[in-house]
Design a protein around this ligand. Sequence first.
Ligand SMILES: *[C@@H]1O[C@H](CO)[C@@H](O)[C@H](O)[C@H]1NC(C)=O
Ligand SMILES: *[C@@H]1O[C@H](CO)[C@@H](O)[C@H](O)[C@H]1NC(C)=O
Ligand SMILES: *[C@@H]1O[C@H](CO)[C@@H](O)[C@H](O)[C@H]1NC(C)=O
Length: 499
Amino acid sequence: MKTSLQALALPLAFNLLSLVHAIPGGPWKAWKGCCVPHDDSPPATNTTEDATTIIPRQSSCLSTGTQSTINALFSSGGANTIVRLCPGVTIPITAPIVFTAPGQELSTQGYPTDSTRATILIQPGSTVTSAIRGNWQNNVKVLNIQVDGNRPNAGYLGGDALLEMGGGTEGQTVSHTVVKNTRSWSCVHFIGSGQENNPCRQATVMFNEVGPCGHEGTDPATGNGLWADGLSIECIDTTVTDNTITGATDGGIVIFGSPGSHILCNTIVSTSSSGLQFGGINMVDPTWGGNYTGVVVSSNTITGGPNSFINLGIGMGSQVWSNPHPETNFGQVTVINNVFTGNIGFSIVMNGWLGGLTVTGNSVSGVTTPSSSFASAAGCGAVQQASFAASEQLVYYPAGVTGSSGPNTIQSQFTALATNASNWLCLTNPPPLLPDTKSFLPNTLSVDASTSRVVSLRDFHVQVQGDGNVVGIDTTGASVTLIDWPSPRCCALCTGTSY
Ligand SMILES: *[C@@H]1O[C@H](CO)[C@@H](O)[C@H](O)[C@H]1NC(C)=O
Ligand SMILES: *[C@@H]1O[C@H](CO)[C@@H](O)[C@H](O)[C@H]1NC(C)=O
Ligand SMILES: *[C@@H]1O[C@H](CO)[C@@H](O)[C@H](O)[C@H]1NC(C)=O
């Protein structure tokens, strides 16, 4: 300890520390109703005792400034510098905040967990997509702040994620932080390093509130997807626990390989603002050569909310996503005690995995049935359509889940597919419900030979036939009935006639 300010800060930091230490021994332990790993390594939220706090001494926290102010403090302070923002302040930024040395921390003074957490807010008119960059610095920490990409005002923009962490590093932490409204493809990204001997490793991502992230659909101008992930994790031996991800639109938590990582006790919910969310938790990408050895996905709750749905709760394997790839994903992986509720098209689908899966104790009893009440499989292949029509939630292709690295233990509720099927990311919103009746005010309905569909009702269409007759079509049975229509019958001669 070097300054009296730290005397103020340390007890709070130690609260955080003791919380982490409260995880008892053994490889698995119940903690707050969840199954958590025992971790022998030092807690990543370790607040270093020799930290230098470079903050105006009279106020003890930063009450005003921009990214330049914060970046100057980090640059001049060096390793272990803590920049404490004052509760309630908003820091407008037009360029990223960048960690420049190991052990640096950005936090709100007193580590609040409510709306008084300081906000980093991207300004409209800027071209920045990443508010904070912590790449390639060991043990840096983002704690108890709010990071707002401001997509509603600053707009969608392709680029790096709102929070960019990872690279060849160890021990980074993002906790108790709100991350929302990313302009780009993800709210939080831990990127890999591309170096086998120096991977991103031992990060901690816990107790964050993430989302909304992205929008449903594509940008009409460019065709780019507007959707975004909640957490995108390419970091081995990483702990992702107790996060709440609300309104992500691509994957809630996307695990990119990341051997040895534990994804536990997270809550993932789609919302009406997000609409269609593609995935809850993904293990579909070929990153890390498709190596998912030792990944544990346990005790997460995945919920498709009202007026929205999640296409795929947990996807596992190279054949499951919309971009099936020839390399088979592999590794002994444990997916247990996850709970699926609400509007979910398929809860778990497995195809394209090499060996050693333990998939047990997952609950789908709370999923809405029938699936057709919230989604449509019209764009899917025949196998997917059949599973969807039967509201099959737990599905795998046995020939596609095989291999040498260990036995499979798969709960008995799984439906074993007889036929190989790739791409389960094929559900769409159901077509809008058509009205039962439609009325026209006098002189507002004009029908001539160029009119095709006159009116579409539920189970019934009225349209002009090639021969000039106006017909009603029963769309349930496809029988065609000629309406008793007042003469003159519509024809080229009566163009412009109003009925
Ligand atoms: C945590 O703090 C202790 C005591 O200062 C130190 O020995 C240990 O190396 C620290 N761990 C990390 C990950 O910073
Ligand atoms: C997969 O990852 C694990 C854990 O890092 C490693 O021990 C193993 O060698 C990897 N397997 C392959 C085939 O790369
Ligand atoms: C399933 O189909 C995919 C795509 O055609 C193929 O790559 C894969 O090898 C097939 N799986 C099996 C077990 O045949």
